[in-house]
Design a protein around this ligand. Structure first.
Ligand code: AMO
Length: 431
């Protein structure tokens, strides 16, 4: 008999079917046992006798042959897509026995402390609520891919081992590369720019690595970035349009596919320079951060609150960060070089994307590398692209875990990473 997927049982009333999956929960009512069976499509109620269900408990893998029956009106479960039917089991076969669970996985909310959630990740990922996080994440990636293609980008797969640090700072993860020193990339930045010299417009979905020393709810050591880089731009605002369009489409198309609280995505995302944002924050809170070289986490939250109140928008774009605070490849504003043609997109109180127009003149780029105390020789392959003609270009990068976290209003970025890596954890706690 061929397998019937759980969601397909609703159209098979009266038929005998074979369903396969995991025991999600078991409830005993005297001579009747109810099993919620879980497969990749959802949950289904199995009704059986104690002798057929002997010893079965959560996470056992079973195959069930039985008849699909309509549930009586008062027993319909409106919360389940299969809530109008149940399968009356005739045969239950145990295929793989599960160990006793360390905690109850039957509650719809799975209220576990984060360390417990992560220490038992292979198991907790199976919970329907946790699965949804990664279904949403897969959809974000797919919709980003479509949106990036929509602005003419081709997907590229650059390496993640490099000899040059792209984002500056000390937070690179070293690799012993056959006796030579190398790094895991902090960003696909240099490669996406080199590939503008080939394809004009590219996009990338890739792992990046940062030895972030601080333990926060929004930083991972290994994370996934979704980047675009586009050439032959005519203006700075063209880059902002591209970033906002790609992200709005990604979020809107994803939230349309799931039952999530929809984000406020407007056609006109408010745009402020960093200094304008700091002034608004000062006016609202009385706290003066107007001399600070960057927005602080509380500033990001405050300016997002402003955007929501005054523009009904969960997104706000901040531009013109101080040149010295941004990575070397960012183009200083020709009208005021103290500030750069850079930008961040904030979403529900958190930076989820950043980018810039880039320096595309070889001499200026080399000089900037030297001025920042780095050696152009370390960027030889990158600089080669600029020796052979590079158009004006720029781009941006979204953090996938941060986007997932904010779309779903999760409290910690680790919940949006399958097996999060931070300073204290690689699968399990390091110490
Ligand atoms: P940036 O360093 O701002 O820019 O990174 C881009 C986006 O990636 C996400 N992100 C992180 N997510 C989780 N943990 C981390 N440690 C982490 N670091 C970054 C954030 C952030 O907005 N090359 C530039 C982009 C560009 O200019 O195109 C860059 O990497 O969501």
């Amino acid at each position: 008999m061929t397998r019937t997927l759980i969601t397909d049982t609703v159209s098979r009333v009266g038929e005998t079917v074979l369903v396969k999956g995991w025991v999600n929960t078991r409830r005993d009512h005297g001579q009747i046992v109810f099993i919620d069976l879980r497969d990749r499509t959802g949950l289904l109620q199995i009704v059986t006798r104690p002798e057929l269900a002997e010893g079965l408990h959560a996470e056992d893998v079973i195959y069930v042959v039985g008849t699909v029956a309509k549930r009586p009106e008062k027993l319909i479960n409106p919360k389940l897509p299969t809530g109008t039917v149940e399968v009356q089991a005739e045969k239950v076969e145990l295929i793989s026995k599960s160990a006793e669970l360390p905690f109850d996985m039957g509650s719809p909310t799975l209220n576990l402390e984060l360390p417990t959630l992560l220490d038992h990740r292979s198991l907790t990922l199976r919970h329907p609520k946790v699965q949804t996080i990664f279904q949403v994440q897969a959809s974000l990636v797919e919709n980003f891919r479509q949106a990036a293609k929509g602005i003419g980008c081709i997907e590229i797969f650059p390496p993640t081992i490099s000899t040059s640090a792209t984002e500056g700072g000390a937070d690179v993860l070293p690799v012993d590369y056959f006796g030579h020193s190398a790094f895991l990339v902090q960003s696909p930045q240099l490669y996406k720019q080199m590939l503008v010299g080939v394809f004009e417009r590219v996009f990338i979905i890739t792992h990046v690595y940062r030895a972030e020393p601080s333990v926060t709810t929004r930083h991972l050591v290994e994370s996934i970035q979704m980047d675009c880089e586009i050439g032959f731009i005519d203006s700075f605002s063209e880059l902002l349009d591209a970033m906002e369009t790609v992200f709005s489409q990604t979020i809107e198309n994803t939230q349309n596919q799931f039952e999530v609280q929809p984000s406020l995505v407007t056609n006109k995302i408010p745009r402020l320079t960093m200094r304008e944002a700091q002034k608004i924050i000062q006016d609202r809170t009385g706290v003066d951060h107007t001399k600070e070289p960057d927005l602080m986490p509380e500033d990001e939250r405050e300016i997002c609150a402003w955007a929501k109140e005054t523009h009904q928008s969960d997104l706000v774009t901040i531009t013109h960060f101080p040149t010295r605070k941004r990575a070397f490849y960012s183009l200083p504003d020709p009208d005021n070089p103290e500030y750069s043609l850079s930008y961040d997109l904030l979403y529900k109180g958190l930076e989820i994307s950043s980018g810039a127009q880039r320096i595309h003149d070889l001499d200026q780029l080399k000089q900037t590398i030297i001025d920042r105390g780095m050696d152009p020789a370390g960027f030889a392959m990158y600089l080669q692209a600029f020796e052979y003609g590079m158009p004006p270009h720029g781009g941006f990068s979204f953090g996938l875990e941060r986007s997932t976290m904010k779309l779903l209003d999760l409290g910690n970025i680790r919940e949006a990473s399958l097996f999060p890596r931070d300073t204290e954890r690689v699968d399990f706690r390091l110490s």
